[in-house]
Design a binder for this molecule. Structure first.
Ligand code: TXE
Length: 481
């Protein structure tokens, strides 16, 4: 039976005003599993009204009470981990294992972390002999959180948790491609007895719902994760109103492997950083740069590992890769592989759709794909593919590696593999990216600033940065007589 997803506005589940619906497809089977509202400006206006009405009470609650609501919701997610993980897997095509062990637990952590932040967060004061100047950090009011399909509940909660902790009311718009877990979360909000209107979730397409949300005059900030083009569109819509935006966009991240690295550790992690979640993580390393002296060894070992990865039913514990998120996305990735061939690239392994049998016969699966022979300027090494596709490029020395690493319009993250502290320091300093991991990948601490530079976006999420984004600072000065 198909689920009918509803909007959650002012504490009630409601149908879209237009009566329009979109299909939600399970990418592992190709079947329609739910109907999603395709909401418009009318639904956004109702959500804005509900959020504005809730704001005075929510923002003036003692921090401990706001934190209490958030912790109860975290407990609810934990109690419902299995059904949320199953929904994430059905909606996105990711392996159930990944959803269960990493993504849904992270949604729990997001709420607990920012609940703690609400309690411990403070602002500065600057004292002089004749005056004290202190900073108030006040919530903004109604804010928009727009999230993508690759890590649905993980990224949705990563945005709404700090917004709520800081005292704002939220209108969330999850990706129309993966709306299920955000819908389920609203049931948690209802069960946990949150005040109506504090969190509103309006579903729908980017064009109809996303734009109406961004354009609404009540919105005081937009936190967005998604494609670079969409980020540019949102920034353009917000600029005339001076509404602040945090934009976490695409990446074309380098993975820089020096000959002096801990080879086994590097190899294991590079497999993960290339193909986790079918390469659909903005932090995946899609350009693998290898020091020439170990190029052949790495190439042989990496190909062997990539070729033996199991692409299969996401429900099967043995599957290492599940489906990519949709048919259009699969076609886009296959198109990128064709382009790589036209540009003169050689597909060393993979390169094709995988057709499974049984339950997944209609699914969208792609083999882990490794391409070599392309220089830094070609489109394959410039444009985000967002699939299980990586390229190999050799480099000679540290300077060469830095030039190659920075030869992109993006600047989200990088991984560096070396046992030489000096190389690590130079890479940390000179690579244009918001995050540089040394001898690691995707090691996250929620207190650290997270975000990109150049076309990977503006603004930082995480810890204090997120709390600052979702508040306005005001300087108050009291002078002594
Ligand atoms: O993202 P979109 P898409 C990259 C990746 C991918 C490409 C496009 O390269 O192939 O982006 O993916 C909403 N106003 N990333 O098309 O469209 C949309 O409904 C307001 C990187 O799926 O950017 C969804 O909720 N909102 C990435 C969200 O924006 C709009 C994760 C993201 O959708 C809108 C995903 C508009 N005009 C894709 N248009 C990452 N950085 O992790 C769309 N939306």
């Amino acid at each position: 039976m198909k689920t009918q997803i509803k909007n959650f506005i002012g504490g009630r589940f409601v149908e879209p005003a237009s009566g329009k619906w979109l299909d939600d497809i399970n990418p592992a089977t190709g079947e329609i599993i739910a109907q999603v509202p395709d909401s418009d400006a009318n639904d956004i206006a109702s959500a804005a009204q509900a959020a504005q009405a809730a704001f005075p009470t929510w923002s003036s609650l003692p921090a401990a009470e706001r934190a209490g609501h958030m912790n109860r919701l975290a407990d609810w997610i934990e109690r419902n981990l299995d059904s949320l993980a199953q929904a994430e897997c059905d909606d996105n095509g990711k392996t159930l294992r990944l959803a269960r062990t990493l993504e849904i637990p992270r949604a729990v952590t997001n709420f607990r972390f920012f609940a703690a932040m609400a309690l411990t967060w403070s602002s500065e004061s600057h004292a002089t002999p004749d005056a004290i100047q202190y900073t108030l950090r006040q919530p903004l009011g109604v804010v928009a959180c727009i999230s993508p399909w690759n890590l649905p509940l993980y990224l949705f909660t990563w945005k709404i948790a700090p917004a709520l902790a800081a005292g704002n009311c939220v209108i969330g718009k999850p990706s129309e491609i993966t709306p299920l877990t955000a819908f389920m979360l609203c049931k948690g909000v209802e069960e946990c007895g949150w005040p109506a209107g504090v969190l509103n979730v309006v579903h729908g397409s980017g064009a109809a719902t996303g734009e109406a949300l961004v354009a609404h005059s009540a919105i005081r900030a937009v936190s967005f994760t998604g494609g670079t083009k969409t980020g540019a569109r949102i920034a353009a819509l917000l600029a005339p109103r001076f509404v602040k935006a945090s934009l976490e966009l695409g990446g074309k991240n380098p993975n820089i492997i020096f000959a002096d690295c801990d080879y086994e550790r590097m190899l294991n992690t590079t497999i993960r950083s290339s193909f986790s979640n079918q390469g659909q993580v903005c932090l995946c390393g899609s350009r693998i740069l290898i020091q020439r002296s170990i190029y052949d060894r790495f190439r042989a070992d990496f190909l062997k590992r990539a070729a033996s990865m199991i692409v299969g039913d996401p429900l099967d514990d043995k599957s290492e890769l599940g489906a990519v998120v949709s048919r259009p996305h699969m076609e886009k990735i296959l198109g990128c592989i064709d382009l790589a061939k036209k540009e003169g690239g050689k597909v060393l392994v993979g390169g094709q759709q995988i057709r499974l049998t049984g339950r997944c016969a209609g699914g969208f699966f792609i083999a882990p794909t490794v391409i070599e022979g392309l220089g830094p300027e070609c489109r394959t090494n410039q444009e985000e593919i967002f699939g299980p596709v990586v390229t190999l490029q050799p480099f000679d020395d540290l300077d060469d590696a830095i030039v190659l690493a920075n030869a992109t319009r993006y600047g989200l993250s990088a991984s560096v593999w070396t046992s030489d502290t000096n190389k690590a320091l130079v890479c940390g300093e000179q690579i244009a990216a918001g995050v540089v991991w040394v001898n690691s990948w995707l090691v996250r601490d929620l207190r650290t600033p997270f975000g990109g530079t150049r076309e990977s976006g503006v603004g930082r999420e995480g810890g204090v940065e997120a709390m600052r984004f979702f508040t306005e600072s005001k300087n108050v000065c009291i002078q002594r007589h």
